[in-house]
Design a protein. Structure first.
Length: 553
């Protein structure tokens, strides 16, 4: 065996590693206890800096030690001259840089570095910007570094234009740089804002709003350039999601404003219902009846939700019950400086005021319809890519959203076909696509009946998996032959009289609990649902829904 290197067995190597780890852990615990003891004793000296430095060099995520270092540094600051303080904190920056090499995503390091620069008599922000550049070149998704960079940019006075050029460089070298695309989306509205439109009727501008620009929107000229940049990215790599997300942001820039879309008043129920374009809180809602402010309690259409698209209130008893009187109501929403009027005429049992613009754009909030010619061109581009990449899920979903922005009813057949392809090429998200498709089909049904006096809201045989937008509901709901499992959306619909849910997937009695809040519901058809196998189903339903007199199982 002479002359041969003795090779240790695996078991021996593992045992030696274990002993080494134990030794390091023991030393770490001992040093930690010594540091915590010093802190408890209120000792803020150089030794405290040395001890915390030893520990943080190997574990930069020990937040308590960074806190202690700050206490020590603040104390030492009071004992030294200005030039010595500068050197003290410059030394601290070098130490943090060493810690960042151990863990470039250490929150404690980046937070402490930000703090140190606020204490430095003469901070070098150019150096800090260079550090960010180096770190992001090593890991472009280091979000702690991105957060720190925003602080540095603000403090150093780097222009938005320079930062946009910085994202140009990063995206140019790697289209998959999602963080750069996102950062770009925060810069563009600052550099290329879209001029604000004229205020809509019945609205007043917010006193805090800028009179020149519209926040979060980008002018059309720049948008065309951004579309081209996104095209270059996803035509180069159609399966990379970064550019697709950015493209969706560009297309979705014109979200509907928060506004009162409808006010409804009923003499019989002595109630006012207010519908909004988005889910909102009831703060700032005020009701004026015949010129007199009313003390009313607003409640959500769904008691579990603090934010709701529909809010209700009861009028003072007898205030509008006399059908021979005419009344004027105004709902004020002080939070958005807007209001909507509604007249209850003589002989009318009910009245409502809807916003015709909201009707037109009822379900087009995800994509802008301001420039339909531009969107049409974008749809053509995406269709060209789909010919090359017929199974690209990002392209398919974007085409669906573009079609809904341009003409939801005209493109319904193509949209359904694209959803089917999506479910085949991306089966893991099949349920999401089914729910989204259901939502769009219900929206289309509502759009078709918008101006028709229809009693029945028919959603039968549409392969629905979910129910939504039921605040639009009239008297009868038909949703036979679908795949509905839950009736969560059927809540507090005071006019609903009849529901037909034949041949769906309702399995449990608890799935029907929301129907108890529909106080005029008298007819319910559940034939062909698994729930009919429940023991004592008729007695149980009678207890749950005592007002239902015509039940089919």
């Amino acid at each position: 065996q002479h002359g041969r290197v003795k090779i240790k067995s695996t078991a021996q190597q593992e045992e030696e590693k274990r002993k080494e780890r134990e030794k390091k852990l023991k030393a770490f615990v001992s040093a930690r206890d010594a540091v915590l003891k010093k802190r408890s004793a209120g000792e803020h000296d150089e030794e405290a800096l040395q001890l915390t430095q030893q520990l943080l060099s190997s574990n930069p995520d020990f937040a308590t030690l960074w806190n202690y270092r700050r206490e020590v540094l603040l104390h030492l600051e009071t004992l030294r001259e200005k030039d010595e303080v500068q050197k003290l904190y410059e030394s601290e920056l070098h130490f943090i840089e060493a810690c960042l090499k151990v863990n470039p995503k250490s929150y404690g390091c980046w937070h402490h570095r930000s703090w140190v620069n606020t204490r430095l008599p003469q901070p070098d922000w150019t150096r800090e910007l260079g550090l960010c550049d180096r770190c992001l070149s090593l890991d472009e998704r280091n979000f702690h570094c991105w957060d720190y960079r925003r602080v540095v940019v603000k403090e150093s006075g780097v222009s938005v234009k320079q930062e946009l050029q910085f994202t140009d460089r990063l995206i140019g070298s790697n289209f998959s740089n999602y963080s750069s695309w996102h950062y770009r989306s925060t810069l563009l509205p600052q550099l290329h804002p879209q001029p604000a439109p004229d205020p809509a009727p019945n609205t007043s501008p917010s006193p805090t709003a800028s009179p020149q620009i519209h926040s979060h929107r980008v002018c059309e000229e720049q948008l065309l350039k951004e579309y081209e940049l996104a095209h270059n990215a996803f035509f180069t790599d159609p399966n990379d999601q970064s550019a697709w997300f950015y493209y969706r942001w560009l297309l979705g820039r014109s979200e509907r404003e928060e506004m009162i879309s409808c006010v409804y008043v009923s003499r019989e129920r002595q109630r006012v219902s207010v519908a909004f374009s988005k889910t909102v809180h009831s703060e700032g809602l005020m009701l004026v009846l015949d010129g007199q402010p009313q003390q009313v309690q607003w409640r959500s259409a769904h008691p579990r939700f603090r934010h709701s698209p529909v809010w209700l209130c009861d009028l003072p008893p007898g205030s509008v019950s006399d059908i021979s009187n005419e009344h004027n109501l105004t709902v004020h929403w002080t939070e958005k400086h807007t209001h909507r009027d509604c007249a209850l005429y003589t002989g009318s049992a009910e009245s409502w005021c809807r916003d015709s613009a909201t009707d037109q754009e009822l379900f087009r909030s995800e994509l802008s319809v301001e420039k339909s010619s531009v969107l049409q061109a974008e749809l053509q581009s995406c269709n060209q890519l789909l010919e090359l990449e017929p199974q690209n899920k990002w392209c398919l979903l974007t085409i669906i959203l573009l079609m809904r922005a341009l003409d939801p009813l005209g493109h319904e057949k193509e949209t359904l076909a694209h959803f089917q392809t999506l479910k085949e090429v991306d089966p893991m998200r099949s349920t999401y696509y089914s729910d989204l498709c259901s939502k769009f089909l219900i929206e289309n049904t509502i759009l078709k009946m918008e101006y028709a006096e229809v009693r029945v809201f028919s959603l039968s045989n549409k392969n629905l998996t979910t129910l939504c937008h039921l605040d639009q509901l009239l008297l009868v709901l038909e949703a036979d032959d679908n795949a509905i499992e839950s009736l969560e959306g059927l809540y507090h619909l005071p006019k609903l009289e009849e529901v037909s849910l034949r041949n769906n997937q309702i399995c449990k009695l608890s799935d029907l609990e929301s129907l108890a809040s529909c106080t005029k519901l008298t007819r319910l058809d559940l034939c062909g649902n698994p729930v009919h196998k429940t023991a004592n189903i008729e007695a149980e339903l009678s207890q749950l829904l005592p007002l239902v007199t015509a039940l089919s199982l």
